[in-house]
Write a protein that binds this ligand. Sequence first.
Ligand code: C2E
Ligand code: MG
Ligand code: MG
Ligand code: MG
Length: 287
Amino acid sequence: SAKAEGKATSQIFHAQMDVDYHYRQRLKGDLRQAIATGGLSLAFQPLLDISTRKVVSCEALARWDHPELGPVPPSTFIPLAEEIGVISDITEWVIAQAALQCSQWPGQVGVAVNVSARDFRAIDLQAVVETALARTGLGAERLEIEVTETAVIEERDIAINVLSGLAARGVGIALDDFGTGYSSLSYLSALPFSKLKIDRSFVADIAEKPRALRLLTNVARLGRDLDLVVVAEGVETEAQLNAMVDNTTIQQVQGYLFSRPLPQRDIAELISRLNAGALAQTKRRIG
Ligand code: C2E
Ligand code: MG
Ligand code: MG
Ligand code: MG
């Protein structure tokens, strides 16, 4: 009967919820442990100048390889870390580690780190950044803080305060995942952004859909009009890249077409290889 069926479905549903609940409880405990024992690592993904194809910076992305469950994606463990109040331990560690790695990369390649809305209240981000710069000798202009629309809107006043301090110090401030959060645009002029990272959902269809390309073109124009460096995230195909080169004012690109996020031991070599390749191409064009 429908009633029996309903009951069975509900039992399965609740059994699944139970699994999810226990899974999440376990992950929370294990995440605390991983943070305390150096169980997290960083991957780095390059951002390239669209015209020279040189690596200008790399984004640091947190990784958690669980000893029994394997890799847990940041889309799972970052929200858990926020929930149990340990996100700022991750942020502090990421900033220190990213600055250290960056100080060892060839040339003037910079590094970008992601911060969470919670960090604005939980820690003194300016002090954390100063410490990381002092310890590594990295110039402030080589560090960039990525923040989402949601974070700056949730913590508007304190975000303006903290990010203005960092910007005055010369640290870059990037608005991440642009276009996916609130569509109130007023914060774009209220906050000291230097870069706009257009979310990959604006890139996905541009090679097939003229309207998608026109939307991206106009979002990029908005960023340029505000004197922001404009980046496209999630570039996966040559066709997408070509459409951007031909139609938009996008200055930097990031995505699987160029490189997946790589473990830190591989990133210096990738930078050298990509930047040597970019140079060789430039020389060929000249010669
Ligand atoms: P995000 O900051 O927007 O980082 C870019 C994400 O897009 C990364 O996912 C990256 O692997 C992925 N991506 C890059 N290129 C492509 C592409 O061509 N196609 C597709 N489909 N995806 C691409 P990841 O590493 O899984 O990180 C997801 C999100 O987790 C990040 O989004 C960021 O919001 C958050 N996150 C990662 N590390 C940290 C961290 O240390 N702190 C904080 N607060 N959040 C972090
Ligand atoms: Mg980011
Ligand atoms: Mg992003
Ligand atoms: Mg994103």
